[in-house]
Design a binder for this molecule. Structure first.
Ligand SMILES: Cc1cc2nc3c(=O)[nH]c(=O)nc-3n(C[C@H](O)[C@H](O)[C@H](O)COP(=O)(O)OP(=O)(O)OC[C@H]3O[C@@H](n4cnc5c(N)ncnc54)[C@H](O)[C@@H]3O)c2cc1C
Length: 550
């Protein structure tokens, strides 16, 4: 008898499973990002971004991201004869991804070619790339962020900026003068403290001119294969910022000893390390005792990237959720057609659109370097946006994972990686509370920040009573002297929500702005409940359709 057994054929048949979300254009289907890029100065770059969107959404790029994370870097401390190597080895996929980022200007484009809208163009690219792989964004961000600090020192700038600006990625562990391109990192956090940098104990002893010898350690030192780092150390006149190259000018390996690699929750493709400095040679940047403002200038650009990266990940999580529900049915209907699921999806889509609008608005403010009002806005909006968007990331990831059911929880698909990655941007480069304290500091030091915020929101007022009332309440709160540190999360969240609301009221379709105001701004404000609580009158269909990824 050759008849197939019905039981066996049932075990091999796969139905009601979503195909992978791949081979789609990440940019051309992302209406909120297209519109934000146009508004914020990258209108001439839409075709270029569409090309990147097609490349990044390809199955090949998605596979590279997976490989780089399944094969994390390894530390090679010694050679076979016992000599120190202090090298980190990466999977080829990591190098390929790094080369892609370098080639397309993600690590230095706006500095190498400072045309109008250059930061906005890079920001859009960064957000698209964040949907594919995030570990490689860490060295990319640090290389981008270091430039303003390095520009303070003419000699270092003349030697290093051309290598930083180079679109070539060169991973060889050789002196930077022999390389086709370089990447940079930063070291602030020590065992005894990361937020409170005054607790740094690493010392810098003057040798001659601006050269010092560094003795001490760093507890978190990402991308230790970078060609140079900005670090903080205690010099005779106090905490100072130093340029620490991996090789000395004579071509010797500098005395930076990698102790071990961090075993991290996520961000697995990237190497995080602990290091010791055994008399490493470094050069002062800025004035002795004034290191924190110099390195925090770098920190500001890193914070921008935390916002962009998380907004990109939020978009990816929402896209995966939407895609899944179109291909999966339960109780006789596709999940996307189930009313309660549609509410959840619309809410995730709203969060993604609001994050995209705010992230791109912030990037646009970084383009307007010479405009005082934009500088003031940037000063307060950077920590507020980093706080809020990075706080929303992990909850979006958890909800989107649940949309995929059990498939979301296993490592075969991308959702588990997104979930593990999400909290990092909230911790790194100023954790949540530190961002809120920075908002208070910005307002105390530059009260005109409040005028810049008011000017940002003013064009949206008079169109939606809920936004008007929310902004009015916040204005009172911001000017009330008894508002204290202990309530600054509330204040920071409200600033971000108000600017998101204003952007959506001005620029998004009415059904998006209406749902955002109803769910985030109405009544006594957003209490941060679970997703899927949009009011019944919401135009779910239109919101979901606008967010559709493919
Ligand atoms: C994957 C990864 C990579 C990293 N890479 C680098 C790197 O390359 N270079 C580098 O220098 N650092 C790096 N860091 C370190 C990171 O920047 C720090 O972990 C972060 O700044 C917090 O410092 P901490 O860990 O010492 O925590 P702490 O400073 O001890 O803070 C702990 C908590 O207390 C809160 N807190 C602190 N002060 C206050 C206050 N006054 N009021 C209320 N709450 C407060 C913080 O918000 C935080 O939630 C990395 C971290 C991670 C996870």
């Amino acid at each position: 008898m050759n008849m197939p057994s019905p039981t066996l054929s049932a075990t091999h048949e796969v139905s009601n499973q979503a195909p992978p979300l791949e081979n789609y254009n990440l940019f051309t289907h992302n209406r909120p990002l297209i519109e934000a890029a146009e508004r914020e100065g990258a209108a001439d770059d839409l075709a270029w971004l569409a090309e990147r969107g097609a490349e990044l959404g390809s199955a090949e790029m998605i596979a590279l991201g997976g490989q780089a994370n399944r094969n994390p870097p390894t530390l090679k401390l010694f050679d076979s004869a016992g000599r120190r190597r202090d090298e980190v080895e990466f999977h080829p996929a990591y190098h390929e991804l790094m080369a892609y980022l370098k080639r397309h200007g993600a690590s230095a484009g706006p500095w190498a070619d400072p045309v109008r809208g250059a930061h906005a163009r890079r920001a859009a690219l960064f957000m698209l790339y964040a949907e594919i792989e995030d570990g490689t964004l860490c060295p990319t961000t640090m290389t981008y962020a270091v430039v303003p600090s390095i520009m303070r020192d003419r000699a270092i700038a003349e030697e290093w900026l051309p290598r930083i600006f180079s679109p070539e990625y060169d991973p060889r562990f050789i002196p930077s003068g022999q390389k086709r391109g370089v990447t940079l990192g930063m070291g602030m956090t020590e065992k005894q403290g990361g937020s409170d940098l005054r607790s740094n104990t690493t010392t810098a002893t003057p040798v001659s001119g601006r050269e010092y010898r560094i003795v001490g350690h760093k507890w978190f030192f990402s991308a230790p294969m970078s060609d140079a780092f900005l670090i903080l150390a205690q010099a005779p006149r106090g905490l100072s910022c130093f340029f620490l190259p991996r090789f000395t000018p004579e071509g010797e390996v500098n005395d930076i000893r990698i102790q071990r690699l961090k075993d991290k929750l996520g961000d697995r493709s990237n190497a995080g390390s602990e290091v010791e400095f055994w008399g490493a040679r470094a050069w002062l940047i800025g004035d002795e005792g004034r290191g924190v403002p110099v390195i925090l200038e770098m920190g500001t650009y890193c914070r921008l990237d935390c916002v962009l990266g998380t907004a990109g990940l939020i978009r990816q999580a929402a896209s995966l959720a939407l895609h899944h529900t179109a291909h999966r049915a339960a109780f006789g209907k596709r999940l996307v057609d189930q009313p309660l699921m549609r509410n959840v999806l619309a809410d995730l889509a709203l969060e993604s659109e609001a994050a995209t609008a705010l992230a791109m608005r912030l990037a646009g403010a970084f383009d307007a370097q010479a405009d005082l009002q934009q500088s003031l806005l940037r000063r307060v909006l950077t920590p507020a946006s980093k706080y809020w968007i990075c706080k929303r990331g992990p909850v979006v990831a958890a909800e989107a994972m649940e949309v995929l059911g059990g498939n979301g929880y296993v490592e075969d698909g991308p959702m588990a990686r997104i979930y593990r990655q999400m909290p990092l941007n909230s911790i790194w480069e100023g954790s949540g509370n530190v961002m809120c304290l920075d908002v208070l500091r910005a307002i105390a030091k530059h009260p005109a920040c409040l005028d810049a915020l008011a000017a940002e929101v003013a064009p949206a007022l008079g169109r939606d009573g809920r936004l008007d009332a929310f902004a009015g309440r916040l204005k009172d709160d911001l000017r009330r002297p008894e508002k204290v540190e202990g309530c600054s999360r509330q204040l920071t969240q409200a600033i971000a929500l108000m600017v998101q609301g204003a952007l959506l009221v001005r620029f998004a379709p009415d059904h998006v702005a209406d749902a955002f105001c109803a769910s985030r701004l109405a009544g006594s404000g957003f209490a941060g409940g679970a997703f899927g609580n949009l009011p019944d009158a919401t135009d779910f269909q239109a919101i979901v359709a606008r967010a559709w990824p493919d």
